[in-house]
Design a protein around this ligand. Structure first.
Ligand SMILES: Cc1ncc(COP(=O)(O)O)c(C=O)c1O
Length: 321
């Protein structure tokens, strides 16, 4: 049996139209994507509701998934409806109430030139129970390391796509931040302003105004980010979208991450490692504790994803339907 410690409750995996036992799925080691990161992926969550598990913003995730596949020039063997049904069936077959869902398109086995001309695009969908991405204590606030490496720039690759190879920067910097004793990394963009985390968007709060940046700042405009902007406005907060200077983050009353995996997590401490010649001591962000605005948004978000706010039913796809 394969070790499933980090994939709790995963039983079966969908691969090219069929379910396979989690322990039995195999791929050839000359699979193109394994060598060059030639894949497109999504990160989706399903939550328990009174009507059984529901997937949060599934159509938006499937759209982004297909767009990512188009950016890496795949001719996907499955379309919107088939992928949607396969995702729902994967949650059902694994009997998951609450889970993380990972669909992955990848160039498979066929040739190993950089151009995958004989390697077909294949699809795999996995689901398992995944708790708090940055650990159970993250809701009380996390520490971040401001990276010396600048975020991949918007002029270099289409950042609307979630492409495997592009995430090697996220992995390296996520490891480096942890080596520095922090919970997560934060990137500056090439312009020297705040970009995003390795898999998270960033918000700041100043004098009651909630602000995040946009794609021109070299970020993935996350689905959680868009949702949080809408929820915040509905709660009566003033929101704004624009560039975030490093000093703005340092002087913010509150800062927080958003993302499917991380959900909404306060950032309470920052170590500025952006200039290796001038390393800085960690500083508190805001008052160094989880902020009130972030707390309200987090609470509202968790209610919404669990189907406890009828106004946002539009964002839920029930697994049993
Ligand atoms: C680089 C990056 N930024 C931001 C996000 C947050 O996006 P979402 O809210 O759609 O999960 C993600 C996760 O998908 C990401 O990988």
């Amino acid at each position: 049996m394969i070790d499933t410690t980090n994939f709790p409750k995963a039983k079966v995996i969908w691969y090219q139209g069929k379910f396979h036992d989690w322990s039995e799925i195999t791929l050839h080691s000359m699979t193109h994507a394994l060598h060059y990161g030639t894949s497109a992926f999504e990160g989706i969550r399903a939550y328990p509701t009174a009507k059984g598990p529901a997937v949060f913003r599934l159509p938006e995730h499937v759209d982004r998934f297909l767009n990512s596949a188009a950016v890496i020039k795949m001719n996907p063997p499955y379309g919107q409806e088939e992928i949607t049904q396969a995702i729902l069936e994967t949650v059902r077959r694994n009997e998951l109430d609450s889970c993380y869902i990972r669909p992955l398109f990848f160039y498979s086995y066929g040739n190993l030139g950089l151009v995958p001309k004989a390697s077909p695009a294949e699809l795999v969908i996995a689901a398992w129970e995944w708790g708090a991405y940055l650990g159970e204590k993250a809701s009380a606030g996390v520490s971040v390391y401001l990276m010396p490496w600048r975020r991949v720039h918007i002029s270099q690759i289409d950042l609307r796509a979630k492409l495997g190879g592009v995430y090697v920067q996220s992995t390296i910097c996520g490891l480096m931040a942890r080596d520095k004793g922090c919970d997560e990394a934060v990137f500056l963009n090439l312009e020297g302003r705040i970009a995003e985390g390795p898999g998270e968007n960033i918000f700041v709060v100043k004098n009651g105004v909630i602000k995040t940046n946009s794609r021109s700042e070299s970020i993935l405009e996350g689905i959680t980010r868009t949702s949080v902007l809408e929820i915040a406005a509905d709660l009566g907060y003033k929101t704004t979208v624009g560039p975030i200077a490093k000093d703005e983050l340092l002087a913010a009353d509150e800062a927080f991450f958003t993302g499917t995996a991380v959900e909404i997590v306060p950032i309470i401490k920052l170590t500025d490692g952006s200039d290796p010649a001038d390393p800085k001591e960690p500083v508190a962000l805001g008052n160094g504790r989880a902020g009130e605005v972030c707390g309200r948004l987090r609470e509202a978000y968790l209610e919404i994803v669990q189907g406890r706010n009828s106004r946002y039913e539009k964002w839920l796809t029930y697994v049993s339907a």
